[in-house]
Design a protein around this ligand. Sequence first.
Ligand SMILES: [Mn+2]
Length: 315
Amino acid sequence: MSIQPIIEAIKTYETIIIHRHVRPDPDAYGSQAGLKEMIVQSFPDKKVYIAGEEDPSLEFLTNMNQIFDETYKNALVIVCDTANAGRISDQRYDKGDKLIKIDHHPNVDEFGDIMWVDTSASSTSEMIYDLYQSAKHDGFKFSDEAARLIYAGIVGDTGRFLFPSTTKKTFQHAAELVTYNFDRPSLYDGIYSIKDKIARLRGYILQHFELSESGMSTIKLTKSLLDSYGVNPMETGQLVGVLGDIEGIKAWVFFIEEEDLIRVRLRSKGPVVNEIANKYNGGGHPMASGASVSSWEETDKVMKDLDEACMNYEG
Ligand SMILES: [Mn+2]
C-alpha cells in the first residue's frame, strides 16, 4: 500500500501532470480528471494538468490540457489506470521529476518511482476515492465535480455495478459519491446513449455471432463491414459487452479490422483470457483483455487458444 508516499508527493510538488491510457474509457478519464479536481480543490495554487489525446465520446466528462515540454521539468507525473508504459497516452510521461503509477490492472509492467497497484479495486476511480479518504485527514478536499468524474469511472468499469469486480467498498464509495450534487441521468446519457448506426451494428453482431460447443463465441468485424455501417473501429469498443447475456457463452472475442492490424477484444465469464492476450501483443484483466494480430489467419490461432480455455474451464 503506497498511499501515504503519494499524498506526500502531491503535497510537495507545485506542478502535477496526470496521464492515463490510450483509447480512454470513463475510468481512464474519470480517475485522471477526478484526481486533478481533488488536487485543485485542495491546493488552489498548484498547477495541475491532464495529458493525452482527446476522445470526442468522453467530452461530456472533461477536456484535456495543452502541456508544454518545459512544464514537465520539476513536475510530478501521475499515470492512472494504465498497466503498460507503452499504452500511456502522451509518451512524455517520463519527462517529469518523479513518476507515480496508480492502477488496478495486474502489474505486469512495473514503472514509476512509486507504484500503487490494487487488483482488487473495481476501477482506478475507486482507488482515487480511497486516496481521498486517506488524504482528507491531511486537508484534502473533494467537490461535486470530482464526485461526478469518479462516479463515472466506477460506473463505467463495473458495468453499472454488474461485474464481479464490484465489492462492498465499491457500493460504499458510490453511496458517498451520490450525496454530492451532480446530475446522474445526464451522466448516464453521456456514458450509455449510442448513435443509431452503433445500434444497427449491435443488431448485426447479435444476428451473426458464432457459438462453439465449448462455449466460445466469436464475431469478426471487417473493415468493409464497418464502413458499410459508417462505424469506425474505435467506436466498436462500446459493443463488446453485448454477447455477455447470452446463455451458454463462457468467453467471447471480437476481431475488429483496423488500418494495419486486427484488434482483438477478449471477454470472459470464467476462463482466464489475459494469458491469451499476453500471447498476442496485449494484456489486461483475467476476464477482460485486449490484443492485436496482423492477419485473419492469426485470428484462427487466437480462436483455437480461446476454444481450449473454454473447453478446459470447469464451472
Ligand atoms: Mn480501469
